[in-house]
Design a protein. Structure first.
Length: 261
């Protein structure tokens, strides 16, 4: 239980990678503030289930992270309900796929607001408390698309490259404050975000979703398998450990060789 006594806020943790990270942190004894959208009764089942499974304190904020004031309120709620905020995982993110010339302005604004601006607002809100306490871990979930590009994903790729840059700036500023700031850059992880892209393409191309999975993976990754949310969670736990105390400002790939090419 290496994170006993620490408090973590994981954004977008009602689903996918964020949930995998929240589970991994709770499994190491951290108290966890969940965040994300979904059916409120189902979220309460999730919250109570995590608390019971790991004997951890688990709370929930329904903040919409595209609204900066709600990010500040969520951070304040975490400090009030759980007593501190030691670990921030900026994970919530969305995707929209279209060629640049056809990319709707409102989708550009939506993706940038959540995938990039919310990372800035989250870091800005948690840093003063971490500095006062002299310890902190900020983990920004970027993507292989924070390091390389793909067609039809201009807002996502721009935002994720921005997240990697923002991570480096904060890491430099906080290098001697006991606070590390890193970015995790996953390749394909089979979550609802990716399932939707698979379903849309299967419908467009009249193909079977299961057949398409292999093509989807191998177009980008030398390793023809998805990473799992719990593997991303294990990397986040490592970044919170003393062993990782001098890793900062780093984009860490967990991508089946995607960006090695
Ligand atoms: P997901 O769709 O399963 O989960 C997204 C989470 O964000 C959900 O909990 C959702 O409720 C929440 N969310 C959405 N809009 C929100 C808002 N405005 N305010 C607060 N919460 C909001 O997606 P995922 O695949 O688990 O993705 C998580 C992160 O990992 C994203 O930043 C994504 O870009 C990144 N990522 C995913 C993959 C992948 O292959 N799945 C690869 C690389 C990076």
């Amino acid at each position: 239980m290496s994170l006993q006594g620490k408090v973590a806020l994981v954004t977008g943790s009602t689903s996918g990678i964020g949930l995998g990270i929240a589970r991994a942190l709770a499994g190491q004894g951290a108290s966890v503030m969940l965040n994300g959208f979904g059916d409120s009764a189902q979220i309460e089942v999730l919250r109570a289930g995590l608390a019971a499974e790991f004997g951890a304190r688990v709370a929930y904020s329904g903040a919409d992270l595209s609204k900066p004031a709600q990010i500040a309120a969520m951070v304040a709620q975490t400090e009030a309900e759980l007593g501190a905020l030691d670990i921030l995982v900026n994970n919530a993110g969305i995707q929209f796929v279209a060629p640049v010339a056809e990319f709707p302005d409102e989708q550009w604004d939506r993706v940038i607001a959540l995938n990039l601006s919310a990372v800035f607002h989250g870091m800005k809100a948690v840093i003063p408390g971490m500095q006062r306490r002299g310890w902190g871990r900020i983990i920004n979930i970027a993507s292989a698309h924070g390091l390389v590009a793909s067609a039809n994903k201009i807002a996502y790729v721009a935002a994720k490259h921005g997240v990697v840059g923002a991570t480096k700036v904060a890491a430099i500023e906080l290098a001697n404050a006991g606070i590390t700031v890193n970015a995790i850059c996953p390749g394909w992880v089979l979550t609802p975000l990716v399932q939707k892209q698979l379903d849309d393409r299967a419908a467009r191309e009249g193909r079977d979703v299961e057949d398409l999975k292999h093509a989807f993976l191998t177009e980008k990754q030398p390793m023809a398998q998805f990473s799992k949310p719990e593997q991303i969670g294990a990397l986040a736990v490592f970044l919170c450990s003393d062993a990782a105390a001098t890793i900062t400002g780093a984009p860490l790939s967990i991508d089946g060789g995607w960006v090695a090419q």
